[in-house]
Design a protein around this ligand. Structure first.
Ligand code: ADP
Ligand code: MG
Length: 464
């Protein structure tokens, strides 16, 4: 029928708009590398901030002793401790953690209240330290703090909060040194603990990955948002102005979610999503590929089909007009529906949008939409990784046949969206070619951000 043809045409047009051919991805990778160079050259209004993390030493595996970590960056926060026994004992390290939801009123209260709550939970956790987790005599306990909000880092263990995101809004903490705030709260609770490192989730994941595998050179977060960090030669960072650390290396927090380029395959749906977002003009790369937005892009295309060609019946489902009602886990479930009659799609449409009697042919077209959006996202993530590999000169074989490069990836999107992960991995192979792709691998660094902070506390310990 005419309606079906017009619906298919909308999807076809969207598919063409999302097109991420190999050629286009190469241009994206090239542009990523160029922006990396610009961000490393000077501070200022760049697309990529390329933040100097002050992490110039990564764990080697030789670290020993008891270390704590605190991971704050979403609705939960985690406290954990690790007893490190050196390289031989790496796989058998003793580790304990506790996850605590943050009461909503503390997310919008004042700084003292939030940090008092955190210190209280930390003190409770320390008090359950068993015989397996003894601290060496005369030593202070040390902690790594993963704080995944935009921070102006002043040293490995100090940094001022630039702004809150993700639902936090605590005015008197903005502009404050979050390590100083935490340290004061720790002291108020009579705890004897030193904050040795302040990092974000990306850098934690890099450190956690490197601890187990010396070939890890970069980390990527694919969760609600997206970001990447990698190890750069200090000599390749003009804005360090010759302040070369002993290791001659520096971990760079790219903040790649803010990448933009004329080569990105943006559609009218992306433009509208951006304009109507809380941060128009910002985080364009993130809005195309991270978990917060994939479902929302599908919703926007589906809404247009409902409005223009009555794709979901004569009345446009009211719920379909609610921004973000279709979440990425929902489109993931529909995308992976293997039932012959697409009953998962049917149930999702009913449960989320309150609509039924959608024909199998239409359900299939909805799966196609999910596929278009997830495929574009995964292919762009691969192009971003390709940009980092190019920057490091690891997109070709330079260091002989046994050259190995590993990228550590964490985040709920990468962990749970199988087709996304598979597409990312196959696209990376496509971009690298068969020979080089044998030297590159991607690993899932599970909870790298928490354990990574404890490991960074160990290799930036005051006792070294
Ligand atoms: P955060 O990024 O907030 O620190 P996570 O790394 O756990 O937290 O990622 C959570 C995100 O992962 C969610 O916002 C969602 O977009 C995505 N996600 C979670 N579960 C799934 C799933 N089953 N399928 C697809 N995406 C998922
Ligand atoms: Mg996280």
């Amino acid at each position: 029928s005419g309606r079906w043809v017009r619906a298919a045409a909308i999807v076809g047009e969207f598919r063409r708009g999302c097109g991420a051919s190999t050629e286009k991805l190469r241009q994206v990778a090239e542009a990523m590398m160029e922006e990396m160079n610009k961000g490393l050259a000077s501070e200022g209004g760049r697309k990529l901030k390329m933040i100097i993390s002050h992490v110039d030493t990564l764990p080697t595996g030789d670290e020993k002793g008891l270390f704590y970590a605190l991971d704050l960056g979403g609705t939960n926060f985690r406290v954990l401790r690790m007893n490190l026994g050196g390289k031989e004992a790496r796989a058998a390290n003793k580790q304990e953690f506790k996850e605590v939801p943050i009461p909503l009123h503390l997310m919008v209260g004042n700084s003292d209240e939030l940090f008092n709550f955190i210190a209280t939970e930390l003190a409770k956790f320390v008090s359950t330290e068993g015989d397996n987790f003894r601290i060496s005599a005369g030593r202070q306990r040390e902690l790594g703090f993963t704080f995944s909000f935009p921070v102006k880092q002043n040293s490995i263990n100090s940094g001022t909060l630039m702004k809150w995101t993700k639902g936090f809004s605590i005015a008197d903490a903005v502009g404050a040194d979050v390590v100083a705030e935490l340290t004061r709260a720790i002291e108020r609770h009579g705890l004897d603990m030193h904050v040795a490192a302040l990092v974000n989730d990306t850098i934690g994941t890099l450190a956690g990955g490197r601890y187990y595998n010396n070939d890890v050179v970069a980390a990527v977060i694919l969760g609600t948002g997206t970001n990447a960090a990698y190890v750069e030669s200090a000599h390749a960072i003009p804005k360090l102005h010759g302040l070369i650390p002993k290791s001659e290396e520096m971990v760079i927090n790219m903040e790649w979610g803010n990448f933009q380029s004329s080569h990105l395959p943006l559609t009218v749906y992306d433009h509208l999503l951006d304009i109507e977002s809380l941060n128009p003009g910002e985080q364009i790369f993130e809005k195309m590929l991270s978990g917060m937005y994939l479902g929302e892009i599908v919703r926007r295309v589906l809404l247009r089909m409902a409005e223009e060609v009555s794709f979901l019946g004569h009345i446009v489902p009211l719920k379909l007009k609610i921004p973000f009602i279709l979440r990425t886990p929902d489109i993931c479930a529909m995308h992976h529906d293997t039932s012959s009659d697409l009953s998962v799609v049917e149930n999702k449409l009913k449960e989320i949008l309150g609509i039924s009697k959608i024909s199998p042919r239409k359900r299939r077209l909805i799966v196609v939409l999910c596929d278009i959006v997830a495929t574009r996202g995964a292919r762009l993530a691969a192009a971003g990784i390709m940009g980092i590999l190019k920057k490091l000169g690891r997109d070709t074989i330079r260091h002989g046949e046994d050259q190995k490069t590993v990228i550590a990836i964490d985040g709920g999107l990468f962990e749970h969206y199988t087709k996304y992960r598979q597409c990312l991995e196959s696209t990376l192979k496509e971009l690298l070619g068969e020979k080089v792709s044998k030297t590159i691998s991607v690993v899932h660094a599970n909870d790298g951000s928490g354990t990574g902070a404890a490991l960074l506390a160990a290799c930036h310990s005051q006792y070294l």
